[in-house]
Design a binder for this molecule. Sequence first.
Ligand code: GLY
Ligand code: MN
Ligand code: MN
Length: 464
Amino acid sequence: MFNSEIYTERRNALRKLIPSGIVLLPGNSEAAYNYSANTYTFRQDSNFSYFFGLENPDFAGVIDIDNNIDYIFGNDFEIDDIIWMGPQPKVIDLALKVGVKNTSSLSELAVFVNNAIQKRRPIHFAPTYRAETTLQVCGLLGLNPLRIRDYASLPLIEAVVKLRSIKSDLEVAEIEKAIGTAWHMFTTGMRMAHPGRKEQEIVGAMEGISIGQGRPVSFPIILSTNGQILHNHHHENILKEGKMMVMDAGTETALNYCSDITRTVPVGGKFSQKQREIYEIVLNANLNGIAATKPGTFYRDCHTVAAETIASGLKDLGLMKGDVKEAVAAGAHALFFPHGLGHMLGMDVHDMEGLGQIHVGYDNEIQPSTQFGTAYLRLGRRLQPGFVLTNEPGIYFIPELIDMWKGEKKYQEFLNYDKIEEYRDFGGIRIEDDILVTADGNRVLGKPIPKTVAEVEATMAEKL
Ligand code: GLY
Ligand code: MN
Ligand code: MN
């Protein structure tokens, strides 16, 4: 964990943004895998982790705004726990490490909250995303679980987004640590991507590197020679020469900071001309999008820069036609690039998405687009120094979407369907980096992971 002062400062910063009442921040409990004693790897709630730093299940934090007191509620280990899981410091000793002097048992939380209800004090809680937490909060507050989101505190959501959006140097260093592990994962994946190997073997090796560093992957690895399926978790294919393989993966650090990287490689290690041409368009979209990333710019505009780069490159190859800006404004590029340029990254891969994407990526100045493709852009608002975000353009040939649009004669003035047919079995290409917005521009975070055609080919030549 960070020094105790960091957590105290974070709670005090939150205190300044919430007018009155108490803030209830439940940590996560263990989640059953197939029966309650057999659990998934424990993952702390990111908000609890941000403000209270402890990685123990079944803890809850309370920030009493009116009385300027912080509490941690949790139970000390009893002998049965010690027999099965070993000794653990007392809750008070753990709490002191994060600057909290007041602790009590979990059963006392109900008494505390009940007291606040009796006094009609505002009780702020964030939207929940796990059934156990939903039931816990609803049990404490006497709410209907089906309507819990209606009762989540907008002031708390907005305050947490404000604080967690700006990453400190220490947080950026954690994210870079996670990218360092990703470097090992991706260079290993590249070196293994040769004909005859099964996708699952590469997934296993990459995930093994993450676990070997002590932490699980930050989301289930996406790895496929059918990269046109954006979030493909099917890993049964045997690699064949002529296919492109998308790898989208990341890890998280002990403090829960994530990496989220994508690279796409030609099976066998050498790009064909056709593969190189499409790859370099995606690479240019990534680079132009990065170049446009600076404080004060709407991330929606960086998305547009990437989309126009894609449309322009595809026009040069004869797949698109007409005026590039008009084509992108109309949404024709979304046949190939049907998702957004990126999202915030931090203690969650899609950072703070549990609080509601609208509060994280948009604000009073800008609302989400309703246009197919751009509607999936998770971050559209003006950038500020300290934001960490992903830049992940792609070009995909999705046969079902091509057939649908062609059948509807959609965007015929911008799309050359005859030429597009030649790419029907191409698959997809995505390139993703993690970017820090700085005072005067941006910095691509972490140890550079091979990205240019020459770098990818050189890495793949070191065959595993
Ligand atoms: N890993 C999913 C994404 O790139 O957003
Ligand atoms: Mn990704
Ligand atoms: Mn991403």
